[in-house]
Structure formats: C-alpha cells, structure tokens
Design a protein around this ligand. Structure first.
Ligand code: SAH
Length: 270
C-alpha cells in the first residue's frame, strides 16, 4: 500500500477550493473524477449547471470514446481527464457565443469523434445539429453516440464539407458553423462560410496561431462574404497553450464558385 502524503493546505479552512488551477497540468484520474472536474469547471467558468442526466450522458460518451479508441484511432487524447477537459469542456467553451433561437441550426464540420457539436447538443437540447465528417469510422462513432444518447434532430453526414456545401438543403442553411482542429482558417472558412445563412456566424476554435491566421484569412473573408467580429481568448483548466474562438459573421452571400472542388481549398488556400 502506498501512503498518501497530506498536502500542506489540508486541515486548514481555506474556503471552497478553486475548481482547478489552470497553471497546473491536468492530473490523471478515473472517469468519475474526470466528469466531476468537468462539472465543476463548467459551473465556475461557463456558468453552466449540468444536470444529472447530462452528466450521465457525458460519462457514457467518455466510456464509449475510450472503448472505441482501443480499436480505432479516433482521437489522440485517450485518458479520461484529457477527454473531459480537452474535448468536452473545450467544446463547451463555445456556449457563451451561441445565442438561443438565433443559433438553433448548427453544423459542425470535421467533427471527428463529435467535437464540438455533440457536447453542445447535450447541453443545448434545442440545437438542430448536423455533423459533417469525411472519415467513415469517425462518422460511424458519431452515429453510435447519437443513437445511444437518443439525440433527436441530429444528422450525421459522412462526406466532405466541399460536397455538402453544394447541396441545396445544406447550403446557406445554418445559423452557426463550427470547426475545431480541422484546417487553417482560410481553408476552414471555405468549408464553413458557404454553409452559413447571411447574418449567421462561424465559430472557429483555434490555438495560439489564431491572431496570425486571422490576418492570413483576410482575402478568404472578403471572397466568401465573411466579416471578423472578434477573437475571444479562452482558458481551459490545466491547459497552458493559448486558445481562441474566432467569431465571424456572414455579411454577404458566398459566390457559387465556392467551395472549390474537394481537396482544392487545402492545397491552394485562398
Ligand atoms: N473536430 C474534431 C476533429 C478534429 S480532426 C476535434 O476537434 O476533435 C479533423 C477532422 O476533420 C478529421 O476527422 C477529418 O477527417 C475531418 N476533415 C478534414 N477535412 C474535412 C473535409 N473537407 N470535410 C469533412 N471532414 C473533414
């Protein structure tokens, strides 16, 4: 048996402990501890009180992600704490930028194992969500999660964004389009802006290169009908790297020429 050393603050009355210290790396933990950390951080940082039912949904999602990851390489983050913070909580950091009924149709492009779309749908049951994913096994996993959680009005589309954006029922059909860790901003905008209605918004989740990517995307914004609203800095507990949400408004219709044929955006960014 290993003995646990008492921490220096133990036994002293220091008031409620901070949910998590962002300067400390995310420690290892069981799935139950990971879900609890997420619950606390969602409340403290995002003002989101997750219900028992929502917590149970996240716990099941986490278990399934760990289980599927053992067979298929769905995501690089595979430990419970990492999944709870870097996938679930990071997805939920978009919450302040959703605007109720104005954001009711949301498309998440390159969703992978469902991020950020599925966590947002768990906490916002009125979202009508479309998940777009080019890799079959990831789209299969998303279908499994959507069915297992009994989520209605969620569509999983196994296709490339460039093809989806040319379909009449998807083009300019969404209030909000999201993308996390999919492509550089100019490329991502060619995938997302054609899907958004005029007056709708793009929410791109980006790392420390966000401000530079916004500069590089000036031409793409111009061509595709986008207008930068704001670059929001985001803090995640235990994650030192800078993170941002780039919020863009669709100010004008996207010309029919965009997106270009599948693969062209990423080879020759605007
Ligand atoms: N958004 C998820 C996954 C990121 S990995 C997350 O943050 O965890 C990027 C994903 O985008 C991959 O699963 C890849 O298959 C998908 N992808 C890349 N280009 C795409 C395109 N043009 N259309 C649809 N999916 C695409």
């Amino acid at each position: 048996m290993t003995e646990r050393r008492p921490s220096p603050s133990e036994g002293r009355n220091l008031g409620p402990a901070p949910a998590v210290d962002p300067s400390q790396p995310v420690r290892a933990g069981t799935p139950a501890e990971a879900i609890d950390l997420m619950r606390q951080s969602a409340r403290v940082r995002l003002g989101l009180s997750l219900t028992q039912r929502q917590l149970a949904a996240f716990a099941w999602y986490l278990d399934e992600l760990v289980r599927w990851n053992a067979r298929h390489n769905l995501t690089a983050v595979t430990d419970p704490m990492g999944i709870a913070v870097k996938h679930f909580l990071d997805s939920l950091t978009l919450t302040p930028y959703l605007r109720g009924p104005e954001s009711s149709r949301l498309v998440d492009v390159g969703t992978g194992a469902g991020f950020p779309g599925v966590p947002l749908r768990i906490t916002h049951p009125s979202l009508r969500l479309t998940l777009v994913e080019a890799t079959g096994k990831k789209a299969d996993f998303c279908r499994h999660i959507v069915e297992g959680l009994g989520l209605v009005e969620v569509e999983v589309v196994h296709a490339r964004a460039e093809d989806v954006a040319r379909q009449a029922n998807h083009r300019e059909a969404y209030d909000v389009a999201t993308g996390r860790a999919v492509a550089s901003l100019p490329v991502l905008l060619e995938y997302l802006l054609p899907l958004v209605r005029v007056g709708g918004r793009v929410l791109a989740q980006k790392g420390e290169s966000a401000p530079a990517e916004v500069q590089q995307a000036a031409h793409a914004l111009d061509l595709l009908g986008g207008r930068l609203l704001q670059i929001h800095p985001i803090e995640l507990p235990g994650v030192a790297e800078a993170r941002y949400v780039v919020e863009i408004e669709k100010a004008a219709a996207t010309p029919a020429a965009y997106p270009r044929r599948p693969g062209v955006a990423s080879r020759q960014a605007l």
